[in-house]
Design a protein around this ligand. Structure first.
Ligand code: MTE
Length: 325
């Protein structure tokens, strides 16, 4: 396996660098996003576009993995997005049923600045970066994806959470009229997820708006989703419409569906098996391994915290990770 370089924390001065801002605006204009870019804003509204437009050159995260990337074709055709169906191909097939324009995110709970923010409001002050993360699904397959986004913590700070905010709760769009999966009781809807406040503020935790330098396609969770690379994929909730600062550990969809199988923490941990299968190994879906046919090829070892142990292990000091699975 290729070496993993430890992440570097981006300083706030780098995030707010006016040159970076100006450059991004230029790139977005070049990408055809010129109309509607405000004097201060970087990103105009991002409509759901089938032909996912380029986002231009992006600053690469120095801690990105240099392992072989999964291809765009696999990453956008082999998805879990139960609102669009439970088969791996359903999200791509039904992607057009997810309406992402207009889009807003409601912020509530223990914070000084609750409210309903348009997608432009949410994105405006944030410079986008590219981060190549491994993603490990609880179903024991994994991908390497170049995500485009910005740290969730930078967004959360803007709403000034109070000391009562111990956890962050996320909710996906609820639209049973259009989203076929929400007509079935396969999960209790809307899809919800949660993180402890320190996990949410960790610099690896990303709000993503794109992949492979392009705007997120709907099946990947447009227009804005979470990416938590040291946790099983289901924690990375898609198409977020609400973020709540709460004082108690919140409900999560998969924990509600199967509390003995899916815990709140769901950290990638090869030493703690799922109740029905081992988590010690994974099948990597990448371009070299024959793409989806690698589902039937050899497995590689799963790394503790998905290989991000150096960065995140301290969040769990003193916790029994078998109890807190
Ligand atoms: N978010 C919502 N709203 N609905 C879902 O069904 N599936 C989760 C997660 N986020 C899901 C979701 C699961 S199980 C996984 S593995 C990842 O999304 C898959 O992300 P990907 O399709 O981009 O690989």
């Amino acid at each position: 396996m290729a070496a993993y370089k430890p992440v570097r924390q981006i300083k706030s001065s780098e995030i707010t660098d006016p040159e970076v801002f100006a450059n991004r605006r230029k790139l977005l204009r070049m990408a055809g996003y010129g109309i509607g870019v405000s004097a201060t804003g970087l990103l105009p509204h991002m409509p759901a576009l089938a032909a996912a437009p380029e986002l231009g050159d992006l600053a690469a995260w120095p801690g990105s993995t240099d392992e072989t990337q999964t291809s765009w074709e696999i990453a956008t055709s082999y998805n879990n997005f139960y609102e669009l169906g439970t088969d791996k191909g359903d999200p791509q097939r039904n992607a057009h049923l997810l309406k992402t324009d207009p889009w807003s995110v409601e912020i509530d709970g223990h914070c000084e600045k609750p409210g309903t923010y348009t997608l432009e409001d949410i994105l405006k002050p944030h410079a986008l970066e590219e981060r190549i993360y491994r993603m490990r699904c609880v179903e024991a397959w994994s991908m390497v994806i170049p995500w485009v986004g910005f740290p969730l913590g930078d967004l959360l700070k803007r709403f000034e959470p109070t000391s009562s905010a111990k956890y962050v709760h996320f909710q996906t769009i609820m639209d049973p009229e259009n989203l076929p999966g929400q007509k079935s009781p396969v999960l209790s809807w809307p899809y919800v997820e949660g993180l402890r406040m320190d996990e949410a503020m960790h610099p690896l935790t990303l709000m993503s708006v794109g992949i492979y330098g392009k705007v997120l396609p709907n099946q990947s969770g447009a227009p804005i989703r979470l990416v938590v690379p040291w946790k099983y994929g289901f924690k990375s909730i898609k198409s977020i419409v609400k973020i709540s600062f709460v004082d108690k550990q919140p409900d999560t969809s998969w924990n509600l569906a199967g509390p003995r199988e899916y815990g709140f923490y769901s950290n990638v941990n090869p030493t703690v098996p799922h109740r029905r299968w081992s988590q010690a190994k994974e099948r990597r879906l990448d371009s070299n391994s024959g793409g989806l046919s690698s589902l039937f090829s050899s497995k590689q070892d799963t790394l503790m915290f998905n290989g991000y142990e150096e960065e995140v292990a301290s969040l769990y000091t003193g916790m029994d990770l078998k109890e807190n699975y």
